[in-house]
Design a protein around this ligand. Sequence first.
Ligand SMILES: Nc1ncnc2c1ncn2[C@@H]1O[C@H](COP(=O)(O)OP(=O)(O)OP(=O)(O)O)[C@@H](O)[C@H]1O
Ligand SMILES: [Mg+2]
Length: 455
Amino acid sequence: MKIAPSQMRVLIADDQPDVLEALRLLLKREGYRIESAESPAQALQMVENRDYDAAIIDLNYSRDTTSGQEGLDLLAKIQNLDSTLPVIVMTAWGSVDIAVEAMRRGARDFIQKPWENERLSAIVRTQLELSEAIRRGQRLEAENQLLRGDNLPTMIAESPAMRPVLDLIARVGPSDANVLITGEPGAGKEVVARTLHAISARATKPMVTVNAGGLAEGVFESELFGHVKGAFTDAKMDRVGRFELADTGTLFLDEIANVPLNLQAKLLRVLEVGEMERVGSSKTKRVDVRVISATNANLAEEVNAGRFRQDLLFRLNTIEIHLPALRERKEDIGPLASYFLGVHARRYRKSISGFDQNAFAAMQQHPWQGNVRELNHVVERAVLMAQDHLIKASDLALRTGAVLPRKMEEMSLEEVEEFLIKKALARFNGNVSHAAGALGLSRSALYRRLQRFGL
Ligand SMILES: Nc1ncnc2c1ncn2[C@@H]1O[C@H](COP(=O)(O)OP(=O)(O)OP(=O)(O)O)[C@@H](O)[C@H]1O
Ligand SMILES: [Mg+2]
């Protein structure tokens, strides 16, 4: 199917109203829908808000009228948002160098002002046709992958609260945009990351995970960037880092708030220019990596506290997907519980068909501080405990608010630890940084305990 020109949407950006007007008249005649922007900021805003089929941008804006820098920056930002959008740049007559630079950075074509109408129309037409073909190809790829279900993780999301999340996943999954996934522990951030990768054009390439929460500060850099033999005492041989392993694929940076400040600068550089060096080596390597990151911290707060670089945050959160806590999407509790029941009943060969009414009601009321992960563990334990073909509320062993907490002196050390951690998490609404601070633990120490207790 071919898209009619009238459905093609072209963005034009220039700070001169007469140029915009001339372009609009010319391109309207070709039957395209034209939308204009008078500044780079406005153009970006527009690309963020809707899909265009092509963009024609001036390289020089009023702030700095000759170097083309504002236009080149705009080009880079547009590509970051939408890597398949063809961008045609306009330069002043005679400034070929800038045009070449723009092409090198990914512009599809250039036009010199004043332009010849014939030539401009032809360039736009060609780019629109090409872009249609490329996007169709990518879409097919994504659709095929979805249909085949290759490596696609199970993601249950029937609640209204999850609808915007699903929409965003479908929209940005196939692109190369960096995505930041936020949400409480156990909310399903990794599931979202895997889904994004699985429906992307990089799906056949690896998704490499780095868990910044579980890494000691000393090994972090070589884990990410690799090292060469002799770089430090323990470096007995060359080692390839995760960035290189993820080349042409996806890198999943989990628990991103735990990246130490000094490494944040290095991270920023790879994200900005796609270049890095192994520890102890001066040889620069190019890597082509899509970065998906996740955190249960509030990164804006981390930035304010001086623990996280703002420029890095802006790189990472081109798109932000926030996962609501399980208690904010109660409609998903039933379907998730049934799904986990099926998984565990099969695994443990128990013939259990469902939950009785009280069990169901208890699950609806539970606060699920540990979100989907906690639900999974609770159902697993219940499957093992159940004596009947239906799971009862008592099998779930949920400690509801009505039950008085046990006395500390009757608990084991482990139980006390778990109890205090749950309390701290509840007090800070699941914010791990704050809870860790209150407990006198480092974030990663608390993080390891959360995993251990299945919280
Ligand atoms: N929507 C969902 N459908 C099915 N399973 C889910 C869903 N969300 C999460 N899970 C399951 O719950 C568990 C926890 O999810 P996941 O590891 O993605 O959470 P997380 O947000 O990354 O947690 P953490 O912050 O602790 O790293 C996993 O076993 C995952 O498969
Ligand atoms: Mg995770």
